[in-house]
Design a protein around this ligand. Structure first.
Ligand code: GDP
Ligand code: IMO
Ligand code: MG
Length: 415
């Protein structure tokens, strides 16, 4: 059996949580493979709102097993807090003992460095993501499995704090002493050790047993550390290839890939965003789409669908189809803009350049519609909405498999 995947196509917040929750009803296992509690996935079920950051969005299906893979960076504190929302997680949630920890100093370094960057700040979520992945790559990180010997882990961390005293002093960061640190780690170990597992072997076994496995991406393609708008990116591989590394799968284990994309575009944090709309329509998208961050509450920057970026993202992820989210947010607009190419130094460009800072979008204007909110059948969509979707399929060179018309699980059209 192969594992299917959902992956973000834009700058995150596309609505991955809603789709994973919906699809999880038909899957036995849901796995996160990268990112950390920078992710914020909002899910509405029967009028109740759930905000998930680390726990896979399959948790709302009581029958699904949920896995946090080795590629995720885990703040034990954040995970324990999030686990409190749910009962009976033992045996239903497993966390890789190879996943790297986000420790308090990572969070403080993230926040201090952002301040120092001033105008060049990335606009991180301040959750310690970059410094934790940095420690992993630099080979000074610590994995969750090390919670099995907290005295050794605390000793190693105290050594690290001592060796890097100058850095911590320069950033005004106070590090804990041995006994405070050991107490903190003991607290994490007591709760988390029963959840730690060799999740790679587990997923292999599930696939061998023909269980249905769904892989849940966090963030989005344009925030990928290699293939996004560097340096205004997150510190992991958000593209589908990241799932192999972040779980221990081979490319041959991957089945269907569904790209999640909004019918318009948003970005939170800094960095280039060619189709950003600074006017009334951008403001309308923000208010109507409730475009405020799930993790940080920050207002999201809003703009028009960027087909150049989407085509690139679809290719790099190997998308079999796209899920078009939040079509209802475009309700009531007389015309809708779609970016079909960029102009760079007077030239029309249809591929994504390395630098997105100095590109001017070339738009096509399409007729809007009155209302699609809550629509559950393709046939019932207004003609102009169908024309918009057809055009998106053409210019992204990817077929549409699903259309979402409200935050509710049921307000979804499956094609
Ligand atoms: P994720 O990070 O990709 O999981 O997305 P977020 O949860 O951060 O942001 C998506 C937001 O859009 C959430 O508040 C969802 O409840 C909401 N949402 C998802 N699908 C739709 C839709 O089709 N229409 C509307 N209006 N809202 C939606
Ligand atoms: P989900 O999974 C949107 C953005 C931050 C910042 C950049 C780097 O909900 O789609 P980081 O804290 O990761 O070092 O910040 O990445 N970012 C997200 N934007 N959705 C997310 O996750 C994000 N996770 C990180 O705003 O610009
Ligand atoms: Mg989000």
């Amino acid at each position: 059996m192969k594992a299917d995947m959902i992956v973000g196509i834009q700058w995150g917040d596309e609505g991955k949580g809603k789709i994973v929750d919906l699809m999880a009803q038909n899957y036995d296992v849901v796995c996160r493979y990268q990112g950390g509690h920078n992710a914020g996935h909002t899910i509405w079920v029967d009028g109740v709102r759930y905000a998930l950051h680390l726990i896979p969005s399959g948790v709302l299906n009581p029958k699904a097993i949920n896995i946090i893979g080795n590629g995720v960076v885990v703040s034990a504190e954040a995970l324990i807090e999030e686990m409190k929302q749910f009962e009976g997680l033992l045996g239903r949630l497993f966390v890789s003992d190879k996943a790297h920890m986000i420790l308090k100093h990572h969070i403080l370094i993230d926040q201090a460095k952002e301040k120092l960057r001033g105008e060049k700040a990335i606009g991180t979520t301040g959750r310690g993501i970059g410094p934790s992945y940095g420690s992993k790559i630099e080979r000074s990180g610590h994995r969750l499995g090390e919670l099995r010997d907290t005295a050794k882990l605390a000793t190693s961390l105290i050594e690290f704090y001592t060796e890097n005293r100058a850095l911590f002093q320069a950033l005004d960061i106070v590090t804990p002493d041995f006994s405070a640190l050991k107490d903190e780690l003991d607290g994490y170990a007591e709760i988390l050790l029963p959840y730690l597992a060799d999740t790679t072997q587990m997923v292999w076994k599930f696939l061998d047993e023909k269980k249905r496995v769904l892989l849940e991406g966090a963030q989005g393609t344009l925030l990928d550390i290699d293939h996004g708008t560097y340096p205004y990116v997150t510190s992991s591989n958000t593209i589908s290839a990241g799932a192999c590394v972040g779980l221990g799968l081979s490319p041959k284990d991957i089945g269907k890939v569904t790209g999640i994309v909004k019918a318009y575009c948003t970005r939170v944090g800094n960095g280039p965003f060619p189709t950003e709309d600074f006017g009334d329509e951008g403001q309308m998208l923000r208010e109507k789409g409730k475009e405020y961050g799930t993790s940080t509450g920050r207002p999201r920057r809003c703009g028009w669908f960027d087909a150049v970026a989407c085509r690139y993202a679809s290719r790099i992820n190997g998308c079999d189809d796209l899920a078009i989210m939040k079509l209802d947010v475009l309700d009531g607009l007389e015309t809708i803009k779609v970016c079909v190419a960029y102009e760079i130094n007077g030239q029309r460009v249809e591929t994504l350049p390395e630098d997105l800072n100095n590109v001017t979008p070339i738009y096509e204007e399409m007729a809007g519609w009155e209302s699609v909110v809550g629509c559950r059948s393709y046939d019932a969509l207004p003609q102009s909405a169908k024309a918009y979707l057809k055009r998106l399929e053409e210019i992204t060179e990817t077929k549409i498999g699903l259309i979402s018309t409200s935050p509710d699980r049921n307000d979804t059209i499956i094609l």
